[in-house]
Design a protein around this ligand. Sequence first.
Ligand SMILES: [Zn+2]
Length: 136
Amino acid sequence: MIGRKFKVLYTDYNPFCHDCNVKMSCNGTNSHWINKIREVRKQEYICPKCKYSYVTKLDFIPKNCNYTTLVQEKGLKQGLIEYKSLEKVAETIRYIHGHEPSRQTVLNHINANSEKYLGKIEKKLDEKIKKGKIEL
Ligand SMILES: [Zn+2]
């Protein structure tokens, strides 16, 4: 196992064209670098009838982004524990994931995800409050 390289290919299971309702054909693969360190392939499909094509979507990576949602939320999570400079946050991400995003990238991820992420935490707290029947 040591020294062997593996290819990872993401595919959709048995896709059909939404317009023609015929089975889509495979049409090559596209390369994608997850977190800028790991190359994976994404299957491309084409409809044999209308020629509509699409590439398998990776739902754990936001559109037009190189970083997974998990890595993007790392900056936010670290900021919730204690104050940390963007440089230190980027450095910590490098220790864990092997690639250091720029400070600007870390800031972009924080700005893009803070509302959604903090909303998730707020929702969990609301559920806990309801379960505990605590009134504010
Ligand atoms: Zn079609």
